[in-house]
Design a protein around this ligand. Structure first.
Ligand SMILES: Nc1ncnc2c1ncn2[C@@H]1O[C@H](COP(=O)(O)OP(=O)(O)OP(=O)(O)O)[C@@H](O)[C@H]1O
Ligand SMILES: N[C@@H](CCO)C(=O)O
Length: 319
Protein backbone atom coordinates (compact mmCIF):
# COMPACT_ATOMS: atom_id res chain seq x y z
CA UNK A 1 0.00 0.00 0.00
CA UNK A 2 1.55 3.30 -0.92
CA UNK A 3 -0.70 6.22 -0.31
CA UNK A 4 0.94 7.91 2.65
CA UNK A 5 -0.59 11.31 2.07
CA UNK A 6 -4.29 11.98 1.58
CA UNK A 7 -5.23 14.49 -1.09
CA UNK A 8 -8.53 16.35 -0.61
CA UNK A 9 -10.76 17.22 -3.56
CA UNK A 10 -10.23 20.93 -2.99
CA UNK A 11 -6.45 20.64 -2.83
CA UNK A 12 -6.41 18.55 -5.99
CA UNK A 13 -8.64 21.00 -7.87
CA UNK A 14 -6.37 23.90 -6.90
CA UNK A 15 -3.27 21.92 -7.91
CA UNK A 16 -4.68 20.96 -11.31
CA UNK A 17 -5.36 24.63 -12.03
CA UNK A 18 -1.58 24.98 -12.38
CA UNK A 19 -1.59 22.62 -15.39
CA UNK A 20 -3.14 22.62 -18.80
CA UNK A 21 -4.28 19.00 -18.87
CA UNK A 22 -8.05 19.35 -19.15
CA UNK A 23 -10.76 18.74 -16.56
CA UNK A 24 -10.66 16.01 -13.89
CA UNK A 25 -12.60 12.83 -14.73
CA UNK A 26 -11.33 10.31 -12.19
CA UNK A 27 -8.79 10.09 -9.38
CA UNK A 28 -7.71 7.20 -7.17
CA UNK A 29 -4.81 6.07 -5.03
CA UNK A 30 -2.52 3.28 -6.28
CA UNK A 31 -1.82 0.60 -3.71
CA UNK A 32 1.44 -0.66 -5.24
CA UNK A 33 4.92 0.68 -4.48
CA UNK A 34 6.55 1.44 -1.17
CA UNK A 35 8.43 4.69 -1.57
CA UNK A 36 6.08 7.45 -2.71
CA UNK A 37 2.34 8.16 -2.81
CA UNK A 38 1.00 7.49 -6.31
CA UNK A 39 -2.41 8.31 -7.76
CA UNK A 40 -3.90 7.63 -11.13
CA UNK A 41 -5.46 10.69 -12.65
CA UNK A 42 -7.81 10.79 -15.60
CA UNK A 43 -8.68 14.10 -17.22
CA UNK A 44 -10.46 15.07 -20.41
CA UNK A 45 -6.94 15.09 -21.97
CA UNK A 46 -6.00 11.53 -21.00
CA UNK A 47 -4.39 9.43 -18.25
CA UNK A 48 -1.65 10.62 -15.94
CA UNK A 49 0.16 9.61 -12.76
CA UNK A 50 0.38 11.98 -9.82
CA UNK A 51 3.29 11.31 -7.46
CA UNK A 52 3.81 12.87 -4.03
CA UNK A 53 7.39 12.41 -2.94
CA UNK A 54 7.80 10.83 0.48
CA UNK A 55 10.47 9.57 2.87
CA UNK A 56 13.55 8.48 0.93
CA UNK A 57 13.61 10.97 -1.89
CA UNK A 58 15.77 14.05 -1.25
CA UNK A 59 13.90 17.02 -2.76
CA UNK A 60 17.22 18.40 -4.01
CA UNK A 61 17.54 15.34 -6.28
CA UNK A 62 14.10 15.68 -7.90
CA UNK A 63 15.13 18.07 -10.73
CA UNK A 64 17.86 15.58 -11.69
CA UNK A 65 15.44 12.60 -11.77
CA UNK A 66 12.79 14.47 -13.74
CA UNK A 67 15.40 15.90 -16.09
CA UNK A 68 16.71 12.39 -16.77
CA UNK A 69 13.19 11.09 -17.49
CA UNK A 70 12.55 14.00 -19.84
CA UNK A 71 15.87 13.33 -21.60
CA UNK A 72 15.19 9.59 -21.98
CA UNK A 73 11.60 10.09 -23.13
CA UNK A 74 12.83 12.55 -25.76
CA UNK A 75 15.01 9.70 -27.06
CA UNK A 76 11.96 7.44 -27.35
CA UNK A 77 12.69 5.36 -24.29
CA UNK A 78 9.27 4.33 -22.89
CA UNK A 79 9.58 6.15 -19.58
CA UNK A 80 7.17 8.60 -17.93
CA UNK A 81 7.38 12.13 -19.27
CA UNK A 82 7.01 14.78 -16.55
CA UNK A 83 4.22 17.20 -17.43
CA UNK A 84 5.12 20.86 -17.14
CA UNK A 85 2.72 23.33 -15.49
CA UNK A 86 1.59 26.50 -17.25
CA UNK A 87 4.63 28.33 -15.83
CA UNK A 88 7.04 25.62 -17.05
CA UNK A 89 7.67 24.02 -13.64
CA UNK A 90 7.61 20.22 -13.46
CA UNK A 91 7.49 20.17 -9.65
CA UNK A 92 4.83 21.80 -7.48
CA UNK A 93 3.45 21.48 -3.94
CA UNK A 94 0.36 19.44 -3.01
CA UNK A 95 -0.84 18.49 0.49
CA UNK A 96 2.42 19.74 1.93
CA UNK A 97 4.53 17.48 -0.30
CA UNK A 98 6.46 18.08 -3.49
CA UNK A 99 4.48 16.57 -6.35
CA UNK A 100 4.76 15.88 -10.07
CA UNK A 101 2.44 14.73 -12.82
CA UNK A 102 3.83 12.33 -15.41
CA UNK A 103 2.36 10.58 -18.42
CA UNK A 104 0.66 7.22 -17.83
CA UNK A 105 2.31 4.22 -19.49
CA UNK A 106 0.22 1.24 -20.64
CA UNK A 107 1.07 -2.38 -19.91
CA UNK A 108 1.43 -4.59 -16.86
CA UNK A 109 4.48 -5.72 -14.94
CA UNK A 110 5.24 -9.44 -14.94
CA UNK A 111 4.17 -11.09 -11.68
CA UNK A 112 6.11 -14.19 -12.75
CA UNK A 113 9.16 -13.12 -14.75
CA UNK A 114 9.85 -15.67 -17.50
CA UNK A 115 12.77 -16.31 -19.84
CA UNK A 116 10.85 -14.48 -22.58
CA UNK A 117 10.93 -11.25 -20.55
CA UNK A 118 14.67 -11.27 -20.02
CA UNK A 119 16.05 -10.49 -23.50
CA UNK A 120 13.74 -7.46 -23.99
CA UNK A 121 14.67 -6.35 -20.48
CA UNK A 122 18.41 -6.57 -21.25
CA UNK A 123 17.92 -4.65 -24.50
CA UNK A 124 15.89 -1.93 -22.79
CA UNK A 125 18.50 -1.55 -20.05
CA UNK A 126 21.28 -1.12 -22.60
CA UNK A 127 19.16 1.42 -24.51
CA UNK A 128 18.60 3.31 -21.30
CA UNK A 129 22.37 3.41 -20.73
CA UNK A 130 23.11 4.64 -24.24
CA UNK A 131 20.25 7.18 -24.28
CA UNK A 132 21.39 8.67 -20.97
CA UNK A 133 25.01 9.10 -22.04
CA UNK A 134 24.57 12.72 -23.12
CA UNK A 135 22.52 13.84 -20.11
CA UNK A 136 25.20 16.06 -18.61
CA UNK A 137 24.29 16.45 -14.91
CA UNK A 138 25.44 13.66 -12.62
CA UNK A 139 24.16 12.23 -9.36
CA UNK A 140 26.32 10.25 -6.93
CA UNK A 141 24.80 6.90 -5.97
CA UNK A 142 23.88 7.29 -2.30
CA UNK A 143 23.08 3.55 -2.21
CA UNK A 144 26.31 2.59 -4.00
CA UNK A 145 29.34 0.96 -2.34
CA UNK A 146 30.21 4.03 -0.23
CA UNK A 147 26.72 3.98 1.25
CA UNK A 148 26.64 0.32 2.28
CA UNK A 149 28.81 0.48 5.45
CA UNK A 150 26.98 3.53 6.87
CA UNK A 151 23.62 1.89 6.11
CA UNK A 152 24.74 -1.35 7.75
CA UNK A 153 25.90 0.59 10.81
CA UNK A 154 22.33 1.85 11.25
CA UNK A 155 20.85 -1.65 11.45
CA UNK A 156 23.73 -3.97 12.40
CA UNK A 157 22.64 -4.15 16.04
CA UNK A 158 19.32 -5.72 15.11
CA UNK A 159 20.46 -7.97 12.24
CA UNK A 160 20.61 -11.06 14.45
CA UNK A 161 16.94 -10.64 15.37
CA UNK A 162 16.18 -11.41 11.72
CA UNK A 163 18.50 -14.42 11.53
CA UNK A 164 21.07 -15.64 14.06
CA UNK A 165 24.59 -14.73 12.98
CA UNK A 166 23.43 -12.41 10.18
CA UNK A 167 25.26 -9.36 11.57
CA UNK A 168 28.70 -10.98 11.57
CA UNK A 169 28.08 -12.63 8.20
CA UNK A 170 27.13 -9.31 6.61
CA UNK A 171 30.11 -7.59 8.16
CA UNK A 172 32.47 -10.14 6.58
CA UNK A 173 30.65 -10.05 3.23
CA UNK A 174 30.87 -6.26 3.10
CA UNK A 175 34.63 -6.39 3.73
CA UNK A 176 35.12 -8.89 0.91
CA UNK A 177 32.88 -7.09 -1.58
CA UNK A 178 34.30 -3.63 -0.93
CA UNK A 179 37.89 -4.94 -1.20
CA UNK A 180 37.18 -6.49 -4.61
CA UNK A 181 34.96 -3.69 -5.97
CA UNK A 182 36.03 -2.59 -9.47
CA UNK A 183 36.45 1.15 -10.00
CA UNK A 184 37.59 1.27 -13.63
CA UNK A 185 34.49 0.05 -15.49
CA UNK A 186 32.42 2.13 -17.94
CA UNK A 187 30.10 4.52 -16.07
CA UNK A 188 27.06 6.61 -16.82
CA UNK A 189 23.49 7.03 -15.61
CA UNK A 190 21.88 3.86 -14.31
CA UNK A 191 18.33 3.06 -13.22
CA UNK A 192 19.57 1.13 -10.16
CA UNK A 193 16.17 -0.41 -9.28
CA UNK A 194 14.89 -2.08 -12.47
CA UNK A 195 12.86 -4.78 -10.72
CA UNK A 196 9.92 -6.54 -12.43
CA UNK A 197 7.45 -4.12 -10.81
CA UNK A 198 9.16 -1.25 -12.60
CA UNK A 199 8.93 -2.76 -16.10
CA UNK A 200 5.65 -2.91 -18.02
CA UNK A 201 5.01 -5.29 -20.92
CA UNK A 202 2.35 -5.19 -23.61
CA UNK A 203 2.04 -7.92 -26.24
CA UNK A 204 5.44 -9.34 -25.26
CA UNK A 205 7.22 -6.01 -25.73
CA UNK A 206 8.38 -3.50 -23.15
CA UNK A 207 5.88 -0.64 -22.91
CA UNK A 208 7.16 1.17 -19.85
CA UNK A 209 10.16 1.64 -17.56
CA UNK A 210 9.19 3.50 -14.40
CA UNK A 211 10.43 4.62 -10.99
CA UNK A 212 13.65 6.48 -11.65
CA UNK A 213 14.00 7.67 -8.06
CA UNK A 214 17.09 5.59 -7.30
CA UNK A 215 18.78 6.47 -10.62
CA UNK A 216 22.35 7.68 -10.31
CA UNK A 217 25.68 7.93 -12.07
CA UNK A 218 27.52 4.67 -11.49
CA UNK A 219 28.86 1.53 -13.22
CA UNK A 220 26.68 0.36 -16.11
CA UNK A 221 27.47 -3.27 -15.27
CA UNK A 222 26.20 -2.72 -11.72
CA UNK A 223 22.77 -1.99 -13.22
CA UNK A 224 22.93 -5.35 -15.00
CA UNK A 225 23.84 -6.97 -11.67
CA UNK A 226 20.71 -5.42 -10.09
CA UNK A 227 18.59 -6.98 -12.85
CA UNK A 228 20.28 -10.39 -12.57
CA UNK A 229 19.33 -10.40 -8.89
CA UNK A 230 15.79 -9.18 -9.41
CA UNK A 231 14.83 -11.23 -12.47
CA UNK A 232 16.86 -14.45 -12.56
CA UNK A 233 16.14 -16.24 -9.28
CA UNK A 234 13.26 -18.66 -8.84
CA UNK A 235 10.99 -18.75 -5.79
CA UNK A 236 13.16 -21.47 -4.27
CA UNK A 237 16.18 -19.13 -4.69
CA UNK A 238 17.79 -21.26 -7.38
CA UNK A 239 19.52 -19.17 -10.06
CA UNK A 240 18.03 -19.56 -13.53
CA UNK A 241 21.00 -19.37 -15.89
CA UNK A 242 18.72 -19.47 -18.94
CA UNK A 243 17.12 -16.20 -17.83
CA UNK A 244 20.52 -14.72 -17.07
CA UNK A 245 21.93 -15.72 -20.47
CA UNK A 246 18.89 -14.20 -22.22
CA UNK A 247 19.19 -10.97 -20.23
CA UNK A 248 22.92 -10.64 -20.95
CA UNK A 249 22.51 -11.49 -24.63
CA UNK A 250 19.70 -8.94 -24.94
CA UNK A 251 21.89 -6.33 -23.30
CA UNK A 252 24.90 -7.14 -25.46
CA UNK A 253 22.85 -6.98 -28.64
CA UNK A 254 22.69 -3.23 -27.95
CA UNK A 255 25.81 -2.54 -25.88
CA UNK A 256 28.53 -5.23 -25.85
CA UNK A 257 30.23 -5.63 -22.48
CA UNK A 258 33.93 -4.94 -21.99
CA UNK A 259 36.03 -7.88 -20.80
CA UNK A 260 36.46 -6.26 -17.36
CA UNK A 261 32.67 -5.88 -17.00
CA UNK A 262 32.12 -9.54 -17.78
CA UNK A 263 34.90 -10.71 -15.47
CA UNK A 264 33.60 -8.75 -12.47
CA UNK A 265 29.98 -9.93 -12.70
CA UNK A 266 30.26 -12.13 -9.56
CA UNK A 267 31.35 -9.27 -7.29
CA UNK A 268 28.97 -6.78 -8.94
CA UNK A 269 26.12 -9.20 -8.28
CA UNK A 270 27.21 -9.60 -4.67
CA UNK A 271 27.20 -5.82 -4.31
CA UNK A 272 23.73 -5.51 -5.81
CA UNK A 273 22.45 -8.29 -3.52
CA UNK A 274 23.85 -6.67 -0.38
CA UNK A 275 22.43 -3.26 -1.39
CA UNK A 276 18.86 -4.62 -1.45
CA UNK A 277 19.51 -6.81 1.58
CA UNK A 278 20.57 -3.74 3.58
CA UNK A 279 17.68 -1.45 2.58
CA UNK A 280 15.22 -4.27 3.25
CA UNK A 281 16.88 -5.04 6.59
CA UNK A 282 16.73 -1.37 7.55
CA UNK A 283 13.03 -1.19 6.61
CA UNK A 284 12.30 -4.52 8.32
CA UNK A 285 13.70 -3.22 11.58
CA UNK A 286 12.30 0.29 11.33
CA UNK A 287 8.78 -0.30 10.00
CA UNK A 288 6.36 -0.51 12.93
CA UNK A 289 4.07 -3.56 13.13
CA UNK A 290 0.69 -2.64 11.68
CA UNK A 291 2.06 -0.08 9.21
CA UNK A 292 0.14 -0.02 5.95
CA UNK A 293 3.18 -0.85 3.85
CA UNK A 294 4.25 -4.46 3.24
CA UNK A 295 7.84 -5.10 4.29
CA UNK A 296 10.07 -6.98 1.85
CA UNK A 297 12.05 -9.98 3.03
CA UNK A 298 15.76 -9.18 3.51
CA UNK A 299 16.68 -12.87 3.66
CA UNK A 300 15.65 -13.37 0.02
CA UNK A 301 18.74 -11.29 -0.76
CA UNK A 302 20.90 -13.16 1.71
CA UNK A 303 20.15 -16.31 -0.32
CA UNK A 304 21.09 -14.50 -3.53
CA UNK A 305 24.28 -13.17 -1.96
CA UNK A 306 25.32 -16.72 -1.08
CA UNK A 307 24.85 -17.82 -4.68
CA UNK A 308 26.97 -14.96 -6.04
CA UNK A 309 29.67 -15.49 -3.40
CA UNK A 310 30.32 -18.99 -4.75
CA UNK A 311 30.22 -17.89 -8.43
CA UNK A 312 33.68 -18.03 -9.94
CA UNK A 313 33.34 -16.30 -13.29
CA UNK A 314 31.05 -14.91 -15.97
CA UNK A 315 30.41 -18.52 -16.97
CA UNK A 316 28.24 -18.88 -13.87
CA UNK A 317 25.93 -16.26 -15.44
CA UNK A 318 25.70 -17.93 -18.84
CA UNK A 319 28.41 -15.97 -20.69
N1 LIG B 1 3.94 6.32 -15.49
C1 LIG B 1 3.17 5.34 -15.02
N2 LIG B 1 2.25 4.77 -15.82
C2 LIG B 1 1.43 3.80 -15.36
N3 LIG B 1 1.43 3.36 -14.09
C3 LIG B 1 2.31 3.89 -13.24
C4 LIG B 1 3.23 4.90 -13.66
N4 LIG B 1 3.97 5.25 -12.60
C5 LIG B 1 3.54 4.51 -11.57
N5 LIG B 1 2.54 3.68 -11.94
C6 LIG B 1 1.79 2.75 -11.08
O1 LIG B 1 2.10 3.06 -9.74
C7 LIG B 1 2.69 1.92 -9.10
C8 LIG B 1 3.75 2.38 -8.12
O2 LIG B 1 4.72 3.18 -8.79
P1 LIG B 1 6.25 3.17 -8.35
O3 LIG B 1 6.82 1.80 -8.50
O4 LIG B 1 6.93 4.28 -9.05
O5 LIG B 1 6.07 3.54 -6.83
P2 LIG B 1 7.13 3.69 -5.71
O6 LIG B 1 6.42 3.77 -4.41
O7 LIG B 1 8.04 4.83 -6.04
O8 LIG B 1 7.83 2.35 -5.91
P3 LIG B 1 8.87 1.30 -5.43
O9 LIG B 1 8.30 0.72 -4.23
O10 LIG B 1 8.93 0.29 -6.57
O11 LIG B 1 10.15 2.04 -5.27
C9 LIG B 1 3.20 1.07 -10.24
O12 LIG B 1 3.27 -0.29 -9.93
C10 LIG B 1 2.14 1.32 -11.31
O13 LIG B 1 1.00 0.55 -11.05
N1 LIG C 1 13.11 -2.82 -5.42
C1 LIG C 1 13.32 -2.65 -4.01
C2 LIG C 1 12.29 -1.82 -3.32
C3 LIG C 1 12.15 -0.40 -3.69
O1 LIG C 1 13.02 0.15 -4.50
C4 LIG C 1 13.31 -4.01 -3.32
O2 LIG C 1 12.71 -4.94 -3.86
O3 LIG C 1 13.86 -4.13 -2.23
Amino acid sequence: MAVYTEVTDDALAEFLELYEIGRLVAFRGIAEGVENSNFSLRTTDGDFILTLYEKRVDPADLPWFLGLMEHLAAKSLPCPLPVRARDGANLNKLAGKIAAITTFLPGIWPRRPAVAHCAPLGEALARLHLAGADYAPTRANALGPEGWRPLFARCAGSADTVQAGLGAALDASLDAILAAWPDNLPRGHIHADLFPDNVFFLDGKISGLIDFYFAATDLYAYDIAVCLNAWCFENDFSFNITKSRALLRGYQSVRPLAEAERATLPVLCQGAAIRFLLTRLYDWINTPDGALVTRKDPLAYWRRLRFHAQARSEGDYGL
